[in-house]
Every structure is written in C-alpha cells, then in structure tokens.
Design a binder for this molecule. Structure first.
Ligand SMILES: [Zn+2]
Length: 400
C-alpha cells in the first residue's frame, strides 16, 4: 500500500443523520428484511467515511446512490437466475474447518463438483470421446476436455461466473450441460475477486457510473461474506429447529441496537494486497462463528419461556411476531457483541476493497468523475429491478 495512506488520521463520522435516514427507509421498505436491507445500506454508507481524501469527495457526493444501491444484489435475486449463489457459501459441505478438500480456485472447484454431460460432440472433434449425442464424462476426461477445448475459448468474464450458464456454448454450439451444484451451494468467495476486477476496470475506463454501480454491489457481497449464517448449510437454523435465526441475527438485532449502541468509528480503509485470499479469510472467519450463533441461541431458547422470546409488534398496520427486544439483547450480549463486530469489520472491509480497486487502477483522479448525470435510462433500469423485486419470487435460496 502506498505509504501516504498509512498513518492518516481517519475521518470523524457523524452518525445521527445517516442512521435516522436508514431507519425510516427500512420501515417503509420491508417489514422483515433480510445484514437485511437496513444493514447493507448502513454498511455501504459508513464505508464512505473510511475513504482517503482523493476518493471521499466523489463517494460523499454520491453517498445516497451508494447507500440505496447497496441492496441491488438482493433485489436481483428476484430477477436473475444465478444471482442467489453469489451471496453465500455452504462451507461445511466440504467437511470441517479448515476444509482441506475445498479448492479455493474456481476452476478446480468447478471440476471437483460439477457432473457434466457433453452434447453433440463427435469423436473426431475431440479425439478422445466416442461419437454419441450426449453422455456423462468422468473427472479426468472432463479436466482434459475443459483445459484443451473449452477454457481457451472462453473469456475470463464468462468463465468466472458472469451469467453462469447451465449450458456452455462454443462457437454457437451447445457443448456442455452442467448440473450446477457448485452454484447452488454458493460462490461468494469466488465471486468477490471477479467483481473486484470489474471495479478496477471501471476505474481504468474512467467510467464513473460503472464505478459507483460496481462499488455498491461489491459492498453488498463483501458484507454478506461477513455474516456467519452466509457460510453454512444450516443458514436459517433449519437443521437445528431454529428457523428464523437468519433474520434474527442479521436484521432484527442491528435494527434494534445499531443506532443506539454500535460504534461505527472503524478507522481508515486499508490496502488489500490479495483480494482472493481476503475473501476466503472473511468466509472462514464467518464459518468459525456459526457454532456460537446457533448454540447460544439454542441454549437461551431452552432457558427462557416462549413469551419472553417472541413478541408481537405492529408494522405497517400489520401485527407481526418477532424476537422480543429483551431476548435479542440477551442473545447479543451472550454473543459478546458479535453482530456489532461483524458489522464494523464489514464497513472497514468495504471501504478497503473500494480503496484497493482504485489503487490497483493507478489512482485515477476522481475529480473528473464529479459531473455524473444519472439519466432516464439509468432510472429505467432501476425501475425494472424494483418491479422484479416487488412482484417476484426469489430465484434460488430465499435466505441467502
Ligand atoms: Zn445478499
């Protein structure tokens, strides 16, 4: 990291206004959001205040954009197949920490986990397959085929998950059908570096709108990776009779306590040398917290009568059943402030990843970006996404 960014005094954050804003938004948007909309907006917003002087004016000018669009990836889960898997990873599906069999490299993970059916491939085309319309291939064959025939024809963008296909096409011909098990079990640590590279390129292209879009999105994925229940198969307590714990941890607790209790003075963005390693570290830390998240709640739920666990509250003229504030306080306290800590770490991580992308792009002068004109086409794209979100059904796992 450039030394000029090392010991600078970090910026003072004035919390009252953005927090008040965050709460009004939350209530008008979603009764039971899932970090929830509230948390994601808050994290992206606070991350702006970690940025160095060269980046701060642009992000401060566009802070409402960065805040509001922190939740686009969650809205896209209603619009795009393949979006859902970018928000989590079922790490425990690979055994126990430190998951020695889990490939950190996308191609190797893909090879290990996806049964593949070849379509319309002739022996003479490839040299080592017989001539049939469709057949399953085993791992060594697939590896050879992938390396020799497929990989070299695909751009990194396609290969690394963008619009991830069920079928791979090569020169207009459907070649490979994929039972995409890997995607279904989540790809967040594989996807963060992909999105990061896109952000670096947006800076290199001097494309301010794209920079802000990608920065807002990337903030979302980085924050999701910090949530313990985004790093386990038991993501909503469904395997341990704790259904609802996902929203309890990441929405209800921040909603109740962030404004009044949390300290968001997290320091200054730092340069991340290796984004891939960083993304993996974050999900590994999240996974290591899963046992506490589940076991502590389980114990409390067994110690306390049910009427001290669930309360009824009125939201948008509806009475909803929610974990009681006193129960949430007890849970939070017994977890020794884990929710606050993960939120603080998310804020610093989001600021740091934005900052690193800018550094890796050669620190372009962002004063040239300040005359952004969001136009009718941008508005239209937003409205389309909003429509899909309001009217739709999640394509994939409902609780990330
Ligand atoms: Zn998400």
């Amino acid at each position: 990291m450039p030394t000029s960014y090392r010991n600078k005094r970090w910026r003072l954050v004035f919390l009252a206004v953005p927090l008040a804003w965050g709460f009004t938004e939350f209530k008008s948007l979603d009764v039971l959001p899932y970090w929830g909309f509230y948390g994601h907006r808050l994290i992206n917003r606070m991350a702006v205040y970690t940025l160095p002087d060269e980046m701060f004016p642009l992000f401060k000018q566009e802070i409402d954009y960065i805040t509001e669009h922190a939740v686009d990836p969650d809205k896209r889960r209603y619009a795009a197949i393949g979006e859902a898997g970018r928000h989590y990873i079922d790490l425990d599906r690979w055994g126990r920490s430190p998951f020695p069999d889990l490939p950190r490299d996308w191609t190797l993970a893909f090879l290990a986990k996806n049964p593949v059916r070849l379509l319309n491939v002739q022996k003479e085309d490839l040299g080592y397959y017989s001539s049939v319309d469709s057949f399953l291939i085993d791992f060594p064959q697939w590896e050879l085929f992938l390396k020799d025939e497929v990989r070299s024809h695909l751009s990194d963008e396609v290969w690394t998950l963008d619009q991830w296909p069920d079928t791979l096409h090569l020169e207009g011909v459907s070649l490979v059908q994929i039972d995409n098990e890997l995607m279904a079990h989540g790809v967040v640590p594989y996807f963060i570096p992909v999105q990061y590279n896109r952000l670096v390129h947006a800076f290199l292209d001097n494309d301010p709108k794209q920079v802000l879009r990608l920065a807002a999105d990337l903030g979302h994925y980085v924050a999701d990776a910090h949530v313990p229940l985004h790093a386990t198969m038991n993501y909503n307590g469904q395997m341990t009779d704790q259904v609802g714990i996902h929203a309890f941890w990441e929405s209800r607790i921040p909603e109740l306590f962030a404004e009044s209790q949390y300290d968001f003075l997290v320091g200054k963005a730092d340069y991340i040398r290796d984004v891939k390693k960083f993304a993996w570290n974050v999900v590994m830390e999240s996974n290591a917290l899963v046992d506490s998240v589940l076991l502590i709640e389980k114990r409390l739920s067994q110690e306390l009568p049910e009427d001290e666990q669930y309360c009824f509250e009125e939201r948008l003229n509806q009475v909803v059943r929610l974990p009681c504030a006193s129960y949430a306080a007890k849970y939070q306290q017994t977890m020794a402030g884990m929710v606050e800590r993960r939120m603080q770490q998310s804020i610093l991580a989001v600021g740091s990843i934005w900052f690193s992308a800018w550094v890796d792009a050669g620190q372009p002068d962002l004063r040239n970006y300040l005359t952004i004109n969001w136009n009718a086409r941008d508005k239209e794209a937003e409205e389309l996404l909003e429509k899909a979100f309001r009217g739709g059904k999640v394509l994939g796992r409902p609780h990330e």
